[in-house]
Design a protein around this ligand. Structure first.
Ligand code: NDP
Ligand code: OXD
Length: 316
């Protein structure tokens, strides 16, 4: 049996353990953090693990994140740098994220918030200005596993799609920009900004008042919109709220926040042009991710290289 430590504070361990058993019965997955169990763990499967825990597992060969973003693990200085950290790249996760992003883009494009409000007031009124998707410029910050899938599906719906990444990327039918030099040109052509960036020192606080002011406000939609499903640390929520209040932004959809749960007393919850969801854009599904991780452990035991290993210097 191969000993695997499971640590995901706040999550129900039972379905994960059951799906790991189904995916590979030779994996003995345990939640025990007793010193004797930590001493024998060969692999760890974790989501926002207890600080310092992984540093107490001397036989660890690899760490598997049970979600995509690894920012909360990279802050733990006790993890030996030589242990590979693997992130999730799986169609199950990618498709969920694309659903959320497309839902938010269409919500603002088709004025769904206005129509829902009118429905509650039993008001029959065409709010007008229904531009074709082909005249609306959507821009994705982050063209990785998640951003590139959403970009291509938004393109299929007809939107004018562009993407911005750290290094040059090329995707069919998508205008691409990269690096600090490409950012202003990317923002100037973008009406609906979608961020699906990892949280790194470079992306922290990026979506602030100055960046928002650079978005295109005279496009087909007649205003600018911000959608963020990457990490809350990349946005300044108070700046987004101020921009919604003064009209610099016509709408926003936020799934992630600097602090989670986001405080109930913050005014953005009640803003009529904001959609707030509680970090649920793409949930980790135990069956799919246990299959993915068990497959990776199988590769590793067979002497093959692990896939989707995080570059700790780059931070994602
Ligand atoms: P990837 O690592 O595949 O892609 C990251 C993308 O961001 C790459 O295109 C990368 O550029 C770009 N990027 C990173 N740093 C910069 C920078 N400084 N400037 C410009 N571009 C940058 O990640 P995924 O697509 O798999 O996931 C992205 C993030 O989504 C996760 O890190 C996580 O935070 C978030 N997430 C949120 C979920 C939710 O439910 N809200 C669920 C799952 C993920 P390059 O291509 O040049 O490397
Ligand atoms: C994340 C995730 O990285 O839910 O946010 O996977």
């Amino acid at each position: 049996m191969t000993k695997v430590l499971y640590n995901a504070p706040g999550w129900d361990a039972a379905p994960w353990i059951e799906h790991f058993r189904t995916a590979d019965p030779s994996l003995a997955v345990s939640v025990s953090t007793a010193p004797a169990d930590l001493a024998e763990a060969a692999y760890a499967v974790v989501w926002r693990p207890e600080a310092g825990l992984l540093g107490r597992c001397p036989k660890l060969k690899a760490i598997f994140n049970l979600g995509v973003g690894v920012d909360s693990i990279l802050t733990d200085q006790t993890i030996p740098p030589a242990i590979p950290l693997v992130r999730v790249v799986d169609p199950n996760m990618t498709e969920r994220m694309t659903e959320w992003i497309v839902l938010q883009v269409l919500t603002h494009h088709r004025r769904a918030l206005r129509y829902m409000e009118q429905q509650r007031a039993r008001r029959w009124h065409d709010v007008g200005n229904q531009p074709a998707a082909s005249s609306v410029a959507v821009g994705l910050m982050g063209l990785g596993a998640l951003g590139s899938d959403a970009a291509l599906k938004l393109k299929t719906l007809g939107f004018k799609v562009a993407g911005w990444s750290r290094t040059p990327r090329s995707l069919p039918g998508i205008e691409t920009f990269h690096g600090a030099d490409g950012l202003d040109r990317f923002l100037a052509r973008t009406e609906v900004l979608v961020s699906i960036l990892p949280l790194t020192p470079e992306t922290r606080g990026l979506i602030d008042r100055r960046l928002i002011a650079k978005l295109k406000r005279d496009g087909a939609l007649g205003g600018a919109y911000v959608i963020n499903a990457g990490r809350g640390g990349s946005q300044v929520t108070d700046d987004i709220l101020a921009a919604l209040n003064d009209g610099t932004l016509a709408g926003a959809s936020l799934d992630v926040f600097e602090q989670e749960p986001w405080p109930a007393e913050h005014s953005i919850w009640a803003h009529p042009n904001a959609v707030i969801t509680p970090h649920v854009a793409a949930d980790s599904e135990p069956a799919a991710l246990a299959r993915y991780i068990a497959g990776q452990i199988g590769r590793h035991r067979a002497g093959k290289p692990l896939e989707n290993v995080v570059d700790r210097v780059r931070g994602y």
